[in-house]
Structure formats: structure tokens, C-alpha cells
Design a binder for this molecule. Structure first.
Ligand code: C2O
Length: 587
């Protein structure tokens, strides 16, 4: 499937090839009338088995062995002196090292979702400068996009900066075209990982997501400042977490402006309200409900589930690791959804915003990411802490700066935005009070697969709604101190699908038998969302959802197990490797 949003998508999603299905298990679909009216195929489809055993290639040990092999190989090759050897026999995995910076000389074509490739490589140079934090100059304040709409002086500067970036020759690293390619190379397999030629560098679906994008925006903004000769200029942020910003900001919709991009979803122009849980199809939810759902989603991602470093930032990703170990909360939702919601579904790959290789061509991309970045700032302002592991702090990236110098910069340089010379305008944060409410249905869904049968029924293809029982580590009520130390996490592991495809499924815990919860209910545990990027490449990743608060809200803290329901929303049916609930350290 070339397009992430083909016109025939509902057929693709909801009429999966049943030849793989071998199980006789079936469940009654519990879609509401609302769902039925959009997706009639759900109603008429005969109830086939929903769980089908797929090839078991989800062996965690195998992965670990593969990684060890590659690390040994690296040690053997002595590549870059990344690894020492002392103590190897006691704990080989202690020898992880940060993902090395890309080597521009090895940059190759990046993959587009449609199977073609594109050359996104930056101009080559051999001179690399180490990044130094800038001298304290004037603080740049990033304002909310809806608040600059009526500021002609600011807007004139912003438009001018983009005009100048668009006018630069395509091979100038400061041009908008090259800036978009920076994202393309780092996100679509342009760079092999030094020392591990079979691996790519990937800055999504892992803990590099926040710092890499912060630094990318930093250089982009500095280039704008330089081009318009105004060190105080700052990007506007797309304030999608507040009702006033849940639209495409009007500054981007004037077709005569340099901020305009023609490849956006025509059906999502203002006043169409943004759906932070968008999964490829619009529904008829009214605006009031949508706003409430959007705000609850923000509360869930930023508060209820932002209870550990792994959940907030994403999974660790070091030298020699397979890409895509797992995205953090905000990367997954609503960051991915907003990409998909904004891109033009009539374009082959959902360009521009709907595919990573092209997203940076749309000026709105940088305002979208300014708000993602703002979430990191809000998280820290509310007491959240950064990861302290060296593999994260010492990961290095290369960017061209405003003087066309190639700069090597470390994650540790990105932690404090004020040291980078910018801050965010203080605007109201309405989701701080948008705690979900629990339905606590009396008529709970029954699991079609018991926890004892999970390992024999999975891996399996998710082609229909399925409910499974997942055992908890303990049914003993945990103290507040225990909860502060360890988060209880639902892990949906070995999620496997084609990288070129869009994918979304929703996850509910202890939900009602007949009707799926709204997104403002505590039973809604989260979603898995994938933005198409690489063709001919299988992605295998995990979804981790923090459920400590959810269990409290649902009064399920002393239960032995929970019933987890997966509802496929878009895509051809991913393979689901398995389920477990575990306790993970919050740091
Ligand atoms: Cu690098 Cu919004 O993606």
C-alpha cells in the first residue's frame, strides 16, 4: 500500500486477509452506533477468528544475542574505541555506548514510504566544530501561534525569514529544502550507524526524540535570526494543547504567505478542530466532546502516564541497538497523530506532514515541534527530571549552524532551553485539570484469551477487536512510596508492521462489554500510532502504557489481572507479539 491514506482504506483495514487466521476464538464486536455508522464493514463482516498465531520471530533473547554479536564485532574491529574490554565477561551489556553521530561521508539515499528513495544527504564537509553553548544574549521568547496572528511586525519578520530560507540555493545547508532533508536523513535511514553498518540511525521511537528535535529547532531558529539579522526572533509554537490552538494556526493558511504549504489535508482547514487522537479517519464527534477528549489526552500523556523516564522520553537506544525500541508518551500521542492529521491524504505518502521525509518542507512542522518541545519544558517545570544515563547524555548529532558550519552537539547540551537562549510564552495550560473519569462498567468485557493462554496465542495478527487477560505482578495494594519508585506498566511487545504503512490501534483496560469508552474515560489506556516512513523495512517495536493511575481510578489495584482490549483503527493489521504487566523504575 503506497499511500498512508488510500481512498479504499476502510476495506484494507477492516477486511483483512483471513487466510492467516487459525484460531476459533471470537468475540462480539463492541462498537457503538457511532462507529458502526462510519465503518459499516464492521457490522456485516462474519465473525472470524481474531487471533492467529504468526511466525514466532519475537524472541527477546535472540534480539539480545544479535546485539551482543554486533557489540563483540565492534570491539573486535576496535571501531572508534567505543568500548573497553574490562569486565566484559561479567556484564557485556554494561558496555553500551551512545549512538555515534552520523558520518556524512556514508550518508545514502533515504527511503520513502512508497518504496522509492530520495537523496536527503547534506552538503559534505570534513570540518566539524564542537558545539558550545551560546553566550547569553537576548532571550528569545517563543509565542503561541494564535497570539502572533495579529502582530504584523512579528509576522513580517517570520515570513521574511522563511522567504529567505526558501530563496537560498538547495545545496545551502540553511535553505528550507536542506532543513527538511536534515529530518529526512535522520528519520528515513539516510545514515548507517558507525560500526554497525546493518543498522540505521533513527531519532524517533526512542529516547532521542526530545533532544534531537530540540537541537534541530535550535539551529533552524538561529538560521532564521541570522537571515533577518534579528537575534531576538523566535519561532511561534502551535498551541495544540489548548482549545484556542486546536486548529491549523491562521498564520499558516494565507495562501499568499511564505508560511503556506499546499500539501495539507483540505478537510482539516480552520475551523476544523484538531483531533489529538486522529487515526486516519474523521468522525462526527462534536467539538465540545472533542475538546474534552483532547484535554484529557494531554492530561494522560503529561501527568497520569508521565511517571517514569522511559514512559516520558521513550525507550533507551544505544550503539548497536535495533532502531525503534519504543516511543515516549507525547511522541506517540499526539505528536504522531498531528503529523497524520495535517498531511495531505491525496498525496502518495501523505506529504508533507504525513511522512517524515517531507514533513520539514512545511513551515508548520517547526511550530508543531516547538509545542512538542514545550511539553518537555512543562514536564520539567512541574518537577519532571531528565535521564541521567551517559548513553543518553553523550549521544551526539551533527547539524549545520547559521554560519554554515557543521557542529557536533551532545544531548547534554540540550537539557536547559534557557541556556540555548529561548523560553516559551506563559499561556494557560487547561489540561492540568482534565483528569479522566472512570466509567467502572458493571457489564465488563470478558477476555477471549486467558492470561495462561497468552504465550500460545501470540504472536498473532491484530485484525479485529480482541480482549485478553493480562496478569499483574501482584494483587497487593502498593504504597505511595512504592508507586513513586516503580510504575506499573502494560507492555504490548513485538508490534510488527511495514514501516511504509500508517497504523493505529487503541487500548482499553477493563472496559464495558458493549460500548468502547470515550477518550476522556479512565478505561482508555492509550493508542499505538505510526507515521509512515521507511519502505521495505519491517518495524518491530513495543508500546508501554503506564497504568498505576489508571488502576487506582478503576478501583483495580487489588485485582490479579486486567482485561486489555485492542481496537484496530487503521492499517493492515500489525502482528502483536505479546502482553505483560511489569513494574519499571521511574528513573
Ligand atoms: Cu521527527 Cu514530528 O517528527
Amino acid at each position: 500500500m503506497a499511500s498512508p491514506l488510500p481512498p479504499s482504506c476502510t476495506a484494507t483495514i477492516f477486511c483483512p486477509n483471513t487466510s492467516l487466521m487459525t484460531s476459533n476464538t471470537s468475540v462480539t464486536p463492541f462498537f457503538t452506533k457511532k462507529f458502526k455508522s462510519q465503518k459499516p464493514s464492521l457490522v456485516i463482516r462474519p465473525k472470524q477468528g481474531i487471533v492467529c498465531k504468526a511466525t514466532n520471530n519475537n524472541d527477546q533473547n535472540k534480539d539480545a544475542v544479535g546485539k551482543l554479536d554486533r557489540r563483540n564485532m565492534l570491539i573486535g574491529l576496535g571501531a572508534g574505541g567505543l568500548y573497553g574490554t574490562a569486565g566484559l565477561e561479567t556484564n557485556p551489556f554494561a558496555f553500551a555506548a551512545p549512538v555515534p553521530p552520523p558520518d556524512l561521508a556514508t550518508c545514502g539515499p533515504a527511503d520513502k514510504p512508497d518504496g522509492t528513495t530520495i537523496d536527503c544527504c547534506p552538503p559534505k564537509t570534513t570540518t566539524i566544530i564542537d558545539f558550545k553553548l551560546p553566550d547569553p544574549g537576548p532571550m528569545r521568547t517563543r509565542l503561541a501561534a494564535q497570539n502572533v496572528a495579529k502582530d504584523p511586525v512579528y509576522l513580517a519578520k517570520y515570513k521574511k525569514a522563511i522567504e529567505l530560507m526558501r530563496a537560498l540555493p538547495d545545496d545551502d545547508p540553511r535553505s528550507l529544502a536542506q532543513q527538511a532533508m536534515v529530518h529526512c536523513s535522520y528519520c528515513d535511514g539516510g545514515y548507517p550507524m558507525a560500526g554497525f553498518s546493518d543498522l540505521e540511525i533513527q531519532v524517533h521511537f526512542c529516547w532521542l526524540f526530545y533532544p534531537w528535535h530540540r537541537l534541530y529547532l535550535y539551529f533552524y531558529e538561529k538560521i532564521m535570526c541570522k537571515l533577518i539579522d534579528d537575534p531576538t526572533f523566535a519561532l511561534p509554537f502551535w498551541n495544540w494543547d489548548a482549545p484556542a490552538g486546536m486548529y491549523i494556526p491562521s498564520i499558516f493558511t494565507d495562501t499568499t504567505s511564505s508560511l503556506y504549504d499546499q500539501y495539507r489535508n483540505a478537510a482539516h482547514q480552520p475551523p476544523k478542530l484538531l483531533d489529538l487522537n486522529y487515526g486516519g479517519t474523521d468522525d462526527d464527534t462534536d467539538d465540545k466532546t472533542r475538546i474534552r477528549e483532547n484535554l484529557t489526552t494531554m492530561y494522560q500523556q503529561m501527568i497520569s502516564k508521565a511517571t517514569s523516564h522511559r514512559l516520558f522520553f521513550g525507550e533507551p537506544y544505544s550503539a548497536g541497538d535495533e532502531p525503534n525500541p519504543g516511543a515516549g508518551n507525547i511522541e506517540s500521542i499526539p505528536h504522531n497523530n498531528i503529523h497524520l492529521w495535517t498531511g495531505d491524504p491525496t498525496q502518495t505518502n501523505g506529504e508533507d506532514m504525513g511522512a517524515f521525509y517531507s514533513a520539514g518542507r512545511d513551515p508548520i512542522f517547526y511550530s508543531h515541534h516547538a509545542n512538542v518541545d514545550r511539553m518537555w519544558s512543562i514536564y520539567k517545570a512541574r518537577g519532571g527530571t531528565d535521564i541521567t544515563k551517559k548513553d543518553w547524555l553523550d549521544t551526539e548529532f551533527l547539524f549545520y549552524d547559521e554560519n554554515k558550519n557543521l557542529v557536533r552537539v551532545k544531548v547534554r547540551d540540550s537539557l536547559d532551553e534557557s541556556k540555548l537562549g529561548y523560553k516559551y510564552q506563559d499561556v494557560e495550560i487547561p489540561w492540568l485539570n482534565s483528569k479522566p473519569t472512570a466509567r467502572k462498567s458493571k457489564n465488563k468485557r470478558k477476555a477471549a484469551v486467558s492470561s495462561a493462554d497468552l504465550t500460545s496465542k501470540f504472536p498473532a495478527t491484530l485484525s479485529e477487536t480482541i480482549s485478553v487477560e493480562v496478569a499483574r505482578p501482584s494483587a497487593a495494594k502498593r504504597t505511595t512510596a512504592e508507586k513513586t519508585k516503580e510504575e506499573e506498566v502494560l507492555v504490548i511487545s513485538g508490534i510488527e508492521f511495514a514501516g511504509s504503512e500508517m497504523l493505529k490501534f487503541d487500548v482499553y483496560v477493563n472496559d464495558d462489554a458493549d460500548e468502547v469508552s470515550g477518550k476522556d474515560k479512565a478505561e482508555f489506556a492509550g493508542s499505538f500510532v505510526h507515521v509512515p516512513h521507511r519502505a521495505n523495512k519491517k518495524i518491530k517495536t513495543n508500546l508501554r502504557l503506564g497504568i498505576t493511575n489508571l488502576l487506582t481510578d478503576l478501583g483495580a489495584e487489588e485485582d490479579n489481572s486486567v482485561v486489555v482490549t485492542l481496537v484496530p483503527k487503521f492499517g493492515k493489521g500489525a502482528i502483536i507479539g505479546g502482553f505483560k504487566i511489569e513494574l519499571i523504575s521511574t528513573t
